[in-house]
Design a protein around this ligand. Structure first.
Ligand SMILES: NC(=O)c1ccc[n+]([C@@H]2O[C@H](COP(=O)([O-])OP(=O)(O)OC[C@H]3O[C@@H](n4cnc5c(N)ncnc54)[C@H](O)[C@@H]3O)[C@@H](O)[C@H]2O)c1
Ligand SMILES: N[C@@H](CCSC[C@H]1O[C@@H](n2cnc3c(=O)[nH]cnc32)[C@H](O)[C@@H]1O)C(=O)O
Length: 408
């Protein structure tokens, strides 16, 4: 077997939720007649989702959702799966990235699956001619959903999209555990730097930030959190972390990871105050949380090695991982979230694709919650695979929970 196929086979064995869904899809072919356009991180777990959708009868056209996250051997293996066409390439230019997105759209898809909304953006701008054939879409990540909600608020989103990210089964496992483990391990494997005893700065205490803070604390780091939301800042404080502004953190921090989904979190003002040898990385979105443009135009010296760019600023070394792109997937050895976590996220994506294919044409343009039954179904499939049983409400308990006149 070639390396891409071997990686898929490795991932498949730890993806029981997709495995169960695949059995039903193979038997019932619920996606026949569906052309799915996808822009996701092209690596082994995503490939298992793709083959599951193809087993359900879909034709799948896929490209990447980040210029640095594709694993070329997996992209090649995907092109060997019947009904699948993959156009992703690692380290592509931004022009090549959009050219591949266009190739995926050229087939006149009926369903979209996005991670960051780049497909949907293209469809609503340069490729509006294709909008009529789209029944609906699914969005994987927080920032994609922010962008979609902004579009919907302006009345510009022309088809229904399921907010896959916003389910408990996504946020509580993918964003918290997934980002926590994978971003930290990517920093460690790229830098070979010790975490214990370091000042570890987490920008943003949302789902991703809190997972990362917990993991870094677990390895003995002194965790600093920066926030703009007073409630989340207070939560971080009571969880035992040091809360301060990024201006203050810049002077103290050894390792920084941004997880805000916002722009310009670490920029000129902070760069000038960083300690010599500071390590900067981003686990949020795109490449704008760290101001790479400023670093590029003000460096006094530059060194490059696998996944690390070292800028000399004011005579000090500032080390940036993965060009400021998603550290857990974009560093050379980044493997992304753990397999078991993506099994849950992609179990949701498989069931949501089926739902939107069946129900999309009855829905108007906008962002929709994933039906609760789908979220519960994914949790139940995972528990079943773990051989874990839980209690069920008795008739007496159901009556009690629904009554308002049983008091003390
Ligand atoms: N690395 C990954 O694999 C991965 C996984 C899931 C999500 N994401 C991405 O990570 C980002 C965060 O996702 P989330 O689910 O944690 O979102 P979230 O909304 O729960 O958290 C973001 C937090 O950042 C804070 N924030 C915003 N601007 C800030 C600023 N200027 N300074 C400090 N804090 C600020 C917000 O108040 C919020 O608490 C998104 O872009 C999402 O798409 C990445
Ligand atoms: N496409 C943007 C958006 C952030 S990706 C964040 C999403 O990546 C997803 N993700 C994280 N690890 C993996 C992985 O290993 N395989 C596929 N998707 C992943 C995860 O579900 C999360 O919501 C960018 O690259 O900057």
């Amino acid at each position: 077997m070639k390396s891409g196929a071997l990686k898929m086979s490795w991932a498949r064995q730890y993806m029981p939720v997709l495995g169960e869904i695949r059995k039903r899809f193979e038997a019932d072919k619920p996606l026949s007649g569906t052309k799915i356009a996808m822009a996701l991180h092209v690596e082994a777990k995503t490939a298992v989702l793709v083959e599951t959708l193809a087993a359900g009868g879909a034709e799948v056209y896929i490209t990447g959702c980040n210029p640095l996250s594709t694993q070329d051997d997996v992209a090649e293996a995907l092109n060997d799966v019947s009904g699948v066409h993959c156009y992703a390439k690692r380290a592509c230019s931004v022009e090549d990235y959009y050219e591949a997105i266009d190739k995926v759209l050229d087939v006149n898809p009926t369903v979209t699956i996005d991670d960051g909304m780049d497909l949907i953006h293209r469809l609503h701008t340069e490729r509006r001619d294709l909008l009529d054939s789209i029944v609906g879409g699914c969005e994987e990540t927080t920032t994609g959903i922010h962008r979609l909600r902004s579009m919907a608020a302006e009345g510009k989103l022309e088809f229904p999209v399921l907010a896959v990210n916003d389910t408990p089964m996504k946020r509580h496992f993918d964003n918290i555990h997934g980002t926590g483990e994978s971003a930290l391990s990517a920093v460690m494997i790229t830098t070979n730097s010790l975490i214990g005893g370091k000042w570890f700065v987490v920008a943003g205490y949302g789902y991703c930030g809190r997972g990362l803070a917990k993991m870094a604390h677990g390895l003995g780091a002194k965790v600093i959190v920066t926030e703009i939301d007073p409630r989340r800042a207070l939560e971080a404080h009571m969880d035992g972390y040091h809360v301060m502004t990024m201006d203050e953190a810049a002077k103290i921090g050894d390792i920084f990871v941004t997880t805000t989904g916002n722009t310009s979190i670490i920029g000129e003002k902070q760069f000038k105050n960083l300690k010599n040898g500071a390590i900067l990385s981003n686990a949020g979105h795109f490449n704008v949380e760290i101001d790479i443009e400023w670093l590029e135009s003000h460096k006094e010296g530059f060194e490059q090695r696998d996944g690390i760019d070292t800028y000399i600023i004011n005579g000090k070394r500032i080390n940036v991982l993965a060009e400021g792109r998603l550290v857990n997937l974009a560093v050379p050895k980044g493997m992304g979230h753990p397999i078991e976590v993506m099994d849950l996220s992609f179990g949701l994506q498989a069931l949501c694709s089926e739902y939107i294919k069946n129900e999309g044409s009855a829905l108007s343009g906008g962002v929709y919650d994933v039906p609760n039954e789908i979220d519960v179904a994914v949790a139940s499939l995972k528990l079943k695979s773990l051989n874990v049983s839980i209690d069920a409400l008795t008739e007496e308990q159901k009556l009690y929970m629904n009554s308002w006149d049983i008091g003390t």
